[in-house]
Design a protein around this ligand. Sequence first.
Ligand code: NDP
Length: 451
Amino acid sequence: MLTTMSMKNPYLLSVLDSLKAKNAHEPEFLQAVEEVLESLEPVVEADPRYEQHNIIGRIVEPERVVMFRVPWVDDTGKVQVNRGYRVQFNSAIGPYKGGLRFHPSVNLSVIKFLGFEQIFKNSLTTLPMGGGKGGSDFDPKGKSDGEVMRFCQSFMTELQRHIGPDTDVPAGDIGVGAREIGFMFGQYKKIRNEFTGVLTGKGLSYGGSLARTQATGFGLCYFADAQLRDNGQSFAGKRVIVSGSGNVAIYANQKCTQLGGRVVAMSDSNGYIVDENGIDYKVIQEIKEVKRDRIKTYLNYVPSAKYVEGCSGIWTIPCDIAMPCATQNEIGESSANALIANGCIGVFEGANMPSTPGAIAAYQAAGILFAPAKASNAGGVATSGLEMSQNSERLSWSFDEVDAKLKGIMEGIYAACAAAAEKYGMKGNIQAGANIAGFLKVADAMLWQGI
Ligand code: NDP
């Protein structure tokens, strides 16, 4: 399979073509790599060391991939089996760090794309964390607490051999929240007989950090606010669409509302709600975090709202600001064109890789603001890094202290992306700036450490 993109550098093209030949059945992974390599063209051309030491060929290959069987017993006594994954992608700047996703769509391609993006995201936070990701095709939806616990215990029984507070520190992601982290932490402690910060996103009573729950959504809004202000705009008075209704979406709604925006639509994997008066994040919290119910029940709380079955139509609702916070490739080219035609001024990504390449091309052609996930959703892992620091010093910081650090980190990431884009002749291209700024630190560490 040969590349069809605009990239011309022979070294980058040869790395990409060989990767495509070896990983032909991993479309999400190849999409994520292609997107990064395209931005790195001017960097590789400016510094021959990256080619001489084959840094690109090395950075696209995970250091280690672990795949394992996860057997568990359901409530009827039947033995079920799922597949578990941990991809330890790059440890040049710190222990592997990245979430665990439990969702039926999980496969090696999805975990590798997430692990690859995590390398650059973690580097952007300025904290010492390498890149990794893991998960399973297990679906916690519709399972009892007992089934989820037995699954998590079985998953951790194998995973514990490969992780540790100075080796690899997983966290949550889609389908992995406080409940799942708690069950996995309990099993790790039982097997290893040690109480360490081996997972982040823990409950507050046993080493979790204040503000970790809010961090990705809040961080997304701090980043968006910095980018909007840099372009003479703000959240004040803006109509906002936040897709999804999980951890990232709920707290993106809260912070964006605090900053003066009005969230008019949110979704889950069945459909979306529209409330012109602004969706109260506390109602979504109650539906999703407490009742674990469907978003359509929002109408029981706010009868004047509207519910539409199916999720992609959410992007046809007129808005000023779009914040995709559900899943990968949720905005395709036609959705992007609908957003632009309706006057959207910016897309700020909360989910990982929610925009397809065609959608990104449409944003760029229209000249609207675009915040790429690996920069704009880095607040979650940044606060996980702060949780690791608190665990190491056996202290816990106040909510305001963590939140202030998070805000500073997100503003710093925006500034670093903007500066890198400008330095390499792409002023205002925050997507390219994020890839370049994230890459340089990791590549430098790899050069120092030899092969
Ligand atoms: P959650 O499991 O808490 O929530 C996911 C939400 O997205 C749910 O409301 C889910 O609906 C919805 N959803 C899933 N698939 C679709 C779909 N195809 N269309 C519409 N809605 C959908 O996950 P998170 O909020 O933690 O994660 C969301 C995204 O953010 C992911 O891409 C994740 O990788 C990324 N992310 C998360 C971080 C974190 O700290 N949690 C950090 C950085 C990135 P339903 O309830 O029906 O399943």
